[in-house]
Unconditional design. Sequence first.
Lengths: 321, 431
Amino acid sequence: MTSVDTRPARPVDRAGGTPRAERRRALLARLDLKASPYAFVAPFFVVFLVFGGYPLVYTLWVSLHDWGLASGTREWAGFGNYGYLFGDDQFWHALVNTLGIFVLSTVPQLLLALLLANTLNRRMRAATVFRIGVVAPLITSMAAVAIVFGQLFDTHYGFINWILHTDIEWHTNRLWSWTAISVMVDWRWTGYNALIFLAAMQAIPKDLYEAAAIDGASRMRQFWQITVPLLRPTILFTVIISTIGGLQLFTEPVLFANDTANRMDGGATHQFQTLTLYMYDNAFGHDRYGYGAAIAWVLFLLIIVFSLLNFLFIRRAGGTR
Amino acid sequence: MRGYRLRTAAVLAAAGVLAAACGGGGGGDSKSDKNFTLTVDVFGEFGYETLYKGFEQSHPGVTVKQRKVSSLDDYKPRLQQWIATGSGAGDVVALEEGILPTYMQQRTKFVNLFDYGARSMQSDFLPWKWQLGLSPDGSQLVGLGTDVGPLAMCYRKDLFKKAGLPTERDEVAKLWPTWDQFLATGQKFQGKVSGAKWLDGPTAVLRATVLQNAGSGPGYSFFDKDDKFVFDTNPAVKQAFDTALKFEQNKMTADMSIFTPPWQTALKRDTFATVPCPSWMLGGIKQFSGDFGKGKWDVATTPGGSGYWGGSWLAVPKQSKHQKAAAELAQYLTSAQSQVGAFKDKDTFPSNVKAEQDPAVSGASNDYFSGAPTGKIFGQLVASVKPVHLGPKNEDVRQAVENVLIAVGQGHVKPEEAWGKAVEAAKKAAR
């Protein structure tokens, strides 16, 4: 910030200074003062407009057409795609799947991440190793993840059914498939959230805990009465990010569908087909690019609504303000 | 966050392709220039690698470059973008049977191969294969047939023996001239051998029966010749569905989809006794059944006597800058000689009849499958296929209906409700 010269232009005292040049210099100085901050932030907005804004508007445009990439059709449909969407059972089915998996995965995930962060926040040996260790799942190859979880959750030859002596239908039963996918999601993202919580926890002044300890507060009490309230902005952040990620859940259900011919189906009865799978399947699998775009837009609006709801919920749940 | 990653990747890939296309096009490839490169887009194994040299020798100055994508699922969206945006596609592109009917709708974006003398090749090809590459009015040839997947039936000799069934392939073929007899044999089998299913899944039954019934009946299946949806009114379809449904209703399939991990695991166990076998399946079974299945497999004919599953066509997009040379390349690659060469290299079964008659093909046998005379068996099965018109949404409907059948096997759809659900799903898919 110091590099910006905010001093007013000096009055001209040099011999060669005509009133005209003087005026121009004043103008430039004022421009520098007023416009340069915008110029500095412009790159972000330019990049956003090109890679975020334009696709958004273009998707809206596509969604107003009967548009097929492979067949080459492109006819104006107005809100026809949206009209169809509201009566489309499979869309609502996919929405329920998405929300179900979201709740099943996010609630335990954030609670676990909090506890994990709290543990990592303590003084321990090789703390860095553990702290980095929790994000290892994030950088694991997805192909490896697919193979490992495929073997864990196989109905006939799977490890979990073998260990539990059960024959849970992980793939064909709707709730069990949600559970399996949630485990995959949590495995990948719990550490990530834990690291964010940990960073926030380290910003909490230690004397608060010392004072509490002197007053005889247990560790548990310290956690719930000091750590969690002070983490509220961070919790809010992770909830919003998880909402956005959860409603756009794509990779895990695709990997989980390793036993079906069309991975975008989410099982024979679409038992774990999420909205993004349904969107992709329509746009690229079944040549309904326009309808896929309409789903994308409704999904976009849904994410905004759910993010706001969660925002309000978490703020209210905190009690004051 | 997670969803965007894929989309970003797609955008990057598209940008890369565009850049590559621009780079190639900018190199002064004008028509007067005698030195240019032809690009061929294929997926999986077409067995063309050794054939390009022959074309380059007969066309001095021409270089042929192949772009291969290993899976069809990755190939499809790329091709869609190339054709939709009018740039990026190779000079010759492979169109798989599932996407060919869709591209038939925008055949104006492809060169009419009749303009380059392909009409003379008609008698070389299986009639139904030729017809599928032809526009409905017969005026434009969009694609020339490459390989086909004649549908035979692979079976486990050891399990058959256990069930007291004959194991010799001619005798086995006599067990099931029809699908009903195939079903009855299966019931006998499952009564004797507990724990093993008769079939791996319902996919092939539906495919084969739809094709057989429609071929001997009206000549179309889910869509009539004007591409009108007739799934619910075509008796050939209902009959085929009922046949496939019986296998699900009686729990005679393992409800698996081919090449998925559970299917691969099952091939190393006694999970099912038969696998409907298009020619390209033999390699898959050999790979995944491995040492476990050595000497246990054999090949017999399919119930109903005919069928195919898979196969492609070569087409020349109009965006090609060297349409004449590209059309010649497509004809060269689908000629009898080339198809024999591709068969020798990668076991792709020819759609060119002259190639099928070549001793290298007709006399072929497979050691892993107890020395079965596969060339002869496949040749017969594919020759008796009758032409069937497929609508642009044929694949979408087939997939949707298959899902209903699998759901019956899984116990999530009641057999008596299956047809209703299938019609509903088919209608949605045909939209």
